[in-house]
Design a protein around this ligand. Structure first.
Ligand code: ATP
Ligand code: HSE
Length: 321
């Protein structure tokens, strides 16, 4: 459960006096997520999500995230909409953290993603990439390839306590990624964390996307590689090419990949696995005292990384013997 910051009733009531949402009826910490503190707030006017931004969110970048959700919603993409205070602002402070309220999105995430979820998610990812094109603000990817080695250095000393040899294996892979990372692929606004918990469905219909707090500018195909990692592996670690095919089909139904993007999928997928291996490793080794959070297992992403290392052709993501 990700509740790093407690909010007292008094602090909440004071915060809510600046909005026109009516009286609070209930307020409770949300059991999912690892990055930010989230509460479900039920007010007289409806349900809202209150987010207190934690360590990986730079407060100066919050206008980008808020503006992006507003832009995407205006383009017809279903995502949370920041709620404005009476003074017109959407960003505030609560319990010493930057905080904002967003609208509650109906739907549930797929606990066990199936092929049709992958198809719909691929389509939604392409829709997001296309819808982001007119957005005026920019944000560099703070977790892009050049940042992986410094991030690794913060965990290097503890890495082998997670599994023997991990530090050496990561260091060698970082060498390869530094040499082989693509320099010039189509780029724009990407979600950068479109995991199953950030995609909602009502029945088989995708009802919306949440959690834009890693969104940034980077290669579109890297975002797709993040999704291949997050959606197309089975709990036992096996890659499911049927899901990979559905993910790519969904994506390409709206935004066909260029030949260079397709060719880069194996290295982008290795990079995506490395990014989540590194953040998970850091979080595994640095659980804040008293935080209600269950860190995610870094080794799931070591297994994915090894899978991508063995890929000899991008076609293996859509067809495997
Ligand atoms: N707008 C929303 N509407 C409905 N539920 C939401 C909304 N935003 C967040 N949630 C709920 O809160 C949970 C955590 O939110 P979110 O994924 O943004 O947190 P996080 O800590 O950034 O998580 P992650 O580990 O995915 O980065 C979601 O899984 C979902 O259950
Ligand atoms: N989606 C991430 C957590 C948020 O960065 C993970 O599963 O590691």
């Amino acid at each position: 459960m990700a509740v790093y910051t407690d909010v007292t009733d008094e602090a909440l009531y004071a915060f809510l006096t600046t909005y026109d949402l009516g009286r609070a009826r209930s307020f409770k910490g949300i059991a999912e997520g690892v990055e930010n503190t989230n509460y479900l707030l039920h007010c007289e006017s409806g349900y809202f999500i209150l987010t207190l931004y934690e360590k990986r969110v730079n407060p100066t970048e919050l206008p980008f995230f808020i503006g992006l959700m507003e832009h995407l919603a205006a383009q017809g993409l279903s995502c949370p909409l920041p709620v404005k205070r009476r003074d017109g602002g959407a960003l505030g402070e609560l319990a010493g953290r930057p905080a904002a309220l967003v609208t509650f999105l109906d739907g549930v995430s797929a606990r066990k993603p199936e092929v049709h979820h992958c198809l719909e998610t691929g389509r939604a990812l392409a829709r997001l990439h296309l819808a982001g094109q007119g957005f005026g603000l920019r944000r560099e990817n703070a977790l892009a390839q050049p940042h992986w080695r410094p991030l690794f250095e913060t965990s290097r000393a503890g890495a082998d306590t997670v599994t023997p040899g991990l530090a050496g294996e990561i260091a060698r892979e970082l060498d390869t990624l530094e040499k082989s990372w693509p320099k010039n692929l189509p780029r724009g606004i990407i979600h950068a964390d479109l995991f199953p918990d950030n995609v909602f469905f009502i029945g088989k219909t995708l009802s919306g996307l949440i959690d834009f707090y890693f969104a940034c500018e980077d290669f579109f195909a890297y975002d797709l590689a993040i999704c291949l990692n997050a959606w197309c592996f089975e709990p036992d670690g096996a890659f499911n090419a049927t899901k990979g095919r559905a993910m790519l089909q969904g994506y390409e139904s709206l935004r066909p990949l260029e030949a260079e993007e397709r060719a880069a999928l194996p290295i982008l997928s290795r990079g995506a696995a490395m990014r989540f291996l590194l953040t998970r490793l850091y979080d595994w080794l640095n659980v804040p005292p008293g935080a209600l959070v269950k860190p995610k297992n870094p080794l799931d992403y070591l297994a994915r990384l090894r899978f991508h290392q063995a890929i000899s052709a991008p076609s293996e993501y859509v067809w495997r013997p």
